[in-house]
Design a protein around this ligand. Structure first.
Ligand code: GUN
Length: 290
């Protein structure tokens, strides 16, 4: 069993990006600039955004965080996005999700200019990705593909079972893994909360990507020997023994699954750091595209 080490891989990619930025700036180029919008006080969202800011500093990007109270109106938020769309110094813009219930996420995503949509969530970019055209690929799916590629994991002709159908992870991954590409070229099954007898699918899988947000959902007796396991889950579970008061749990029951797996991502240190570095890759791409 091989651990797919997202931390080490993302550190290597960050160093490469830092070097490219250094050369770009030394040659008189503009330093890439990522803007993040954070609405409300959700603890996990705050952690994700500060991790993104830290990664920007590590690779030499400028970053700006705009924080708004949960009570901000949709109109105020969209006005801010339009203002940032027009700011030529800004290369990438992300609005951290989820947003409060009174705000329509689709309307907000639609307001982001597709050329600055480094999350790859705008319908125009989702359409391009689905067609296999060059665009910003959402960070978590991109990070997973990159990790599989770095470790030379064979995907062509394999059966890839994705558990979860979110717009951020499950659906884009299903599209990417089915494209005639490498990684990709898979037969893809999407399972979700309404799938009956999920074991029937997971036992047939060569690759399982668990992205449902249910701690330790995937157990060893649900998979076959030699399966490649990618764990996207990062749920905070209360734990009084930790300084923070919680620990992070993946969607995979590592102890029972790992002995049967050929490759497996750990939590933390697997998909999480690959997601963050993929956002840096997209931001550099946005800056280059100018
Ligand atoms: N919430 C959970 N994942 C993401 C992400 O990749 N981007 C944004 N903007 N919000 C998220």
């Amino acid at each position: 069993m091989v651990i797919l080490d997202g931390k080490a891989t993302s550190d290597k990619i960050k160093q490469e990006i830092a070097q490219m930025v250094k050369e770009k700036v030394a040659n008189g180029g503009k330093r890439p600039h990522l803007v993040a919008i954070l609405v409300g006080n959700d603890g996990a969202s705050q952690t994700y955004v500060s991790n993104k800011e830290r990664a920007c500093a590590q690779v030499g990007f400028n970053s700006t965080l705009h924080r708004f109270p949960a009570e901000i109106t949709q109109e105020e938020l969209i006005n801010k996005i339009v203002e940032i769309n027009h700011n030529n110094d800004v290369d990438g813009l992300i609005v951290q999700l989820p947003l409060p219930d009174h705000i329509d996420e689709d309307a907000v995503i639609n307001a982001i200019h597709p050329s600055k949509d480094v999350d790859g969530f705008h319908p125009e970019n989702v359409g391009k990705m689905t067609l296999g055209l060059p665009t910003f690929v959402p960070a978590t799916p991109y990070g997973i593909l990159r990790l599989l590629e770095e470790y030379g994991v064979e995907t062509s002709g394999k059966h890839c079972v994705i558990i979860g159908r979110s717009n951020i992870v499950g659906r884009p991954l299903a599209n990417l893994m089915s494209l005639k590409d490498n990684p990709g070229n898979c037969t893809v099954t999407i399972c979700h909360s309404n799938t009956k007898n999920i074991d029937n699918y997971t036992k047939q899988a060569d690759i399982i990507i668990a992205a449902l947000g249910s701690p330790r959902f995937l157990k060893g007796d649900m998979i076959s020997e030699g399966t490649v396991i990618v764990d996207v889950g990062i749920t905070r579970v209360a734990d009084a023994t930790k300084k923070t008061g919680y620990r992070l749990e993946g969607d995979v029951d590592f102890d029972s699954v790992a002995p049967k797996a050929s490759y497996i991502t750990p939590v933390p240190g697997g998909v999480g750091p690959m997601t963050i570095v993929s956002l840096m890759v997209n931001t550099l791409k946005a800056a280059e595209g100018k």
